[in-house]
Design a protein around this ligand. Structure first.
Ligand code: NI
Length: 188
């Protein structure tokens, strides 16, 4: 019997990629602009989205899968809502507001660590979407927090870089300890 979902997956092959975690030095790289939005760009974004959903997470920058390009995927829909993927190529912040919004952030590259960061609660952004069309819009609340967090990744900045040195070191040590334990479990 023909499995339609399988057929679709043949037509549109997607693959999960490995997410880099701290203190991998690749995460500190500054990503380069995308020169042309092509099918190759879209294939990368499809992979990134699948990787993000599987993690699961709400935002992912290309550098987190080791690709130093200014690309972000995001989905802020709730668990019981329709998936609403968003794609950002070469995003820029044109304007922001002075008022800061504190938000407890996490990051797929800093697993199981959460800490409050303050960022502008509204930002005006410009970017190219999945089809290479230019969009300009205001983002607010979680959307504003998430796009700023992800855009930091494009500049080699992690949310823990906004914390004190002590908290940052504690986060990295915690991640390293968990990874060592996972490696030991896998070896058994
Ligand atoms: Ni992150």
């Amino acid at each position: 019997m023909l499995d339609v979902r399988r057929l679709i997956s043949y037509l549109k092959p997607m693959a999960q990629r490995d997410i880099l975690i701290v203190p991998n030095p690749v995460l500190k790289q500054v990503s380069k602009p995308v020169e042309k939005v092509s099918d190759k760009t879209r294939a990368l974004m499809d992979d990134m989205l699948e990787t993000m959903y599987a993690a699961p997470g709400i935002g992912l920058a290309a550098i987190q899968v080791g690709v130093p390009l200014r690309i972000i995927v995001m989905d802020l829909s709730g668990q019981d809502e329709e998936p609403t993927p968003r794609y950002f190529i070469n995003p820029e912040i044109l304007e922001d507001v002075e008022e800061l919004l504190p938000w407890e952030e996490g990051c797929l590259s800093v697993p199981d660590f959460y800490e409050e960061v303050e960022r502008p609660g509204r930002v005006k952004i410009r970017y190219l979407n999945y089809h290479g069309e230019q969009i300009t819009e205001w983002a607010e609340d979680l959307y504003a927090v998430c796009i700023q967090h992800e855009m930091d990744h494009l500049n080699g900045v992690l949310f823990i870089d906004h914390l004190s040195r002590l908290k940052r070191q504690r986060a990295i040590r915690k991640v390293q300890k968990t990874e060592r334990e996972k490696a030991l479990d896998a070896a058994e």
